[in-house]
Design a protein around this ligand. Sequence first.
Ligand code: NI
Ligand code: MN
Length: 220
Amino acid sequence: MNIHYLGHSAFEIVTNGKKILIDPFLVCVPNYKPENICDIFVTHGHGDHLGSSINISVKTGAHVTAIFELANYCAKKGAKTIDMGLGSWRNYSWGRAILVPAFHSSSTPEGQYGGCPCGVVLEIEGKIIYHAGDTCLNSEMKVIGELYQPDIAMLPVGGKYTMDIEHAVKAAEWLQTTTVIPMHYNTFDAIKVDIEEFKHQIREIGKVPVVLGAEECIEG
Ligand code: NI
Ligand code: MN
């Protein structure tokens, strides 16, 4: 499996020739072409997460998985969708996924209620990947840690609208994860951080920080 960072909170995961997108807000990767996408996960309705999901679904036939209200919104705009609630695994051709709580807000681009904001846990090739969406530090992360011990956690670190570095380091501890990929930072001024500080603090607790530039990739 390969995990490509597409900037901000956007990722492309490639597993056995199948491509999955998470929060495809693609302003950081103007040359990226979303092709042969099978599934798109959208954590909440804010523009910097919903991104190009609807267009990509319309063009490629990819299914958008999101919480009920947000999936319905995407379906009305012509996307193929899979609606879910919090709390149970769903099987896919490449593995399985579950939506988990995030503490944030969510509205559609037109300002309608977007359902509750989410994170997502994916099981792919026997590995557990957790994408936190936009959230503050919260005790649900202890539950995710106890149940799944993610191999890789994608955590927002930019502060202001989400966790900051200090809280993301605590989250990494609670999640019992080994590898942490920071996201949702330095895309714009309000969420500027010194990412060296993040690396330093994550190493201090014995975990591996993987800081990716847009379009950089790691093997999962
Ligand atoms: Ni948001
Ligand atoms: Mn955001």
